[in-house]
Ligand binder design. Structure first.
Ligand code: SF4
Length: 380
């Protein structure tokens, strides 16, 4: 199957896998930071972009760029600029950098201002020092307001804060303080994550060995989610995706491309992309990835997603948005209404109050958001 390259601007994700210190709950692909290896990896990212440029036959037109990791804030400003010079950025492109709070200093923000980064995603995670200790994070709750101030003084007015919840020993009252701490910083965007662990993560092993209590689950986890949604709504945040909240006008453009099943390019070790009809994964190994790029091999592991597979992906991603799926768009793309071949499942879920369907849209009901995976699963 020939690749049909997107004609217009697309979203671009870049993965920087280096971290200063591994966090005990983390399952992302990451490796210990070494300055030399980081510089070599920067060259690899640029080579990969150049290779794509040759494939596309022109500079990659980017409507959003997301530097994720790992710890992408370990890239230098010069490195970020070199990467971005390989692309044609749309005038209103959203360019996000994930940053670890401990990295933010006046000299860091001064450097960052020399780049086109215009959105910051800050891994705050909690405002409780005991929880931050448990997560292996190096910043403390009292650091966050000062770090936010440094970012604001440098002119950053589109900041997203991350919250992790459902931690061992965490109570509803503790989480309430965390959410109030987040709201107090008035970020433009908030992403929340219910902590889940891979079996071989250090934290999962500590729980197995009964060194720390288990994660929140069942009713407690559901109550936590409900409380987060309620407090953020009261504070004026729009709940636009299952786990994401934004002040009006600040929905994350990059991630919206994922949820709308728009094409996106993935650059770097372990990154995953979608260039219809292919979903592809780069290997989670820098050396293997480098060997592929040197051999001019892009999309080394790819899967054809067409017909029912593509519809399933579209539903799975689109129903994460609280506004749901536009039926006309679905019909235009797939040639039939989304109720076709799903009527029985739709009737059942309507009866259970798990979905809402009208002439224009299909969406999950509020009650279904916390158990979205199983509800969406019924429709696939
Ligand atoms: S959570 Fe982030 S900083 Fe911590 S090890 Fe994972 S990728 Fe690195």
């Amino acid at each position: 199957m020939e690749q049909v390259f997107p004609l217009g601007p697309i979203a671009v994700y870049l993965h920087n896998p280096f971290c200063l210190k591994p966090c005990p709950y983390c399952s992302f692909y990451r490796v210990p930071y070494h300055q030399r290896q980081q510089s070599d990896y920067l060259r690899l990212l640029i080579d990969e972009l150049k290779l794509w440029k040759r494939k596309f036959g022109r500079k990659i037109e980017a409507k959003s760029v997301y530097f994720g990791g790992g710890t992408p804030g370990l890239l230098t400003a010069d490195g970020i600029n070199k990467i971005l010079q390989e692309m044609q950025l749309e005038p209103d492109a959203e360019i996000t950098l994930e940053i670890n709070p401990i990295q933010i200093t006046p000299s860091f923000t001064n450097e960052l201002k020399t780049t086109p980064i215009n959105r910051i995603s800050l891994g705050v995670q909690s405002f409780d020092d005991e929880m931050l200790e448990l997560l292996g994070r190096r910043h403390r709750a009292a650091d966050t307001p000062a770090k936010m101030q440094l970012l604001r003084d440098a002119g950053y007015d589109n900041i997203s804060l991350d919250l992790i919840y459902g931690l061992p020993t965490q109570t509803l009252a503790m989480l309430e303080k965390d959410v109030e701490g987040l709201i107090g910083q008035r970020p433009q965007h908030i992403s929340t994550y219910l902590l889940t662990l891979d079996d071989d993560s250090p934290m999962a092993m500590e729980i197995d060995n009964q060194k720390i209590p288990p994660l929140a689950e069942g009713d407690l986890a559901a109550d936590m989610y409900e409380m987060i949604c309620g407090l953020l709504a009261e504070a004026g945040y729009l709940h636009y995706e299952i786990s994401n909240f934004a002040l009006p006008g600040y929905e994350g453009k990059h991630n919206l491309s994922y949820w709308k099943s728009e094409p996106y390019l993935a650059i770097g070790a372990s990154a995953s992309g979608w260039l219809p009809p292919w979903r592809y994964d780069n290997p989670a190994d820098i050396n293997e990835h480098r060997a592929n790029i040197q051999a001019q091999l892009l999309m080394p592991a790819k899967e054809l997603r067409q017909g029912k597979d593509e519809e399933d992906d579209f539903l799975m991603m689109g129903l994460r948005l609280t506004r749901g799926i536009d039926r006309d768009k679905f019909k235009h793309h797939f040639g039939h209404d989304l109720t076709e071949q799903r009527q029985a499942a739709i009737d059942k879920l309507l009866k259970l109050g798990m979905i809402k369907l009208d002439d224009n849209r299909l969406r999950l009901s509020e009650d279904a958001l916390f158990i979205s995976n199983s509800v969406i699963g019924e429709l696939l």
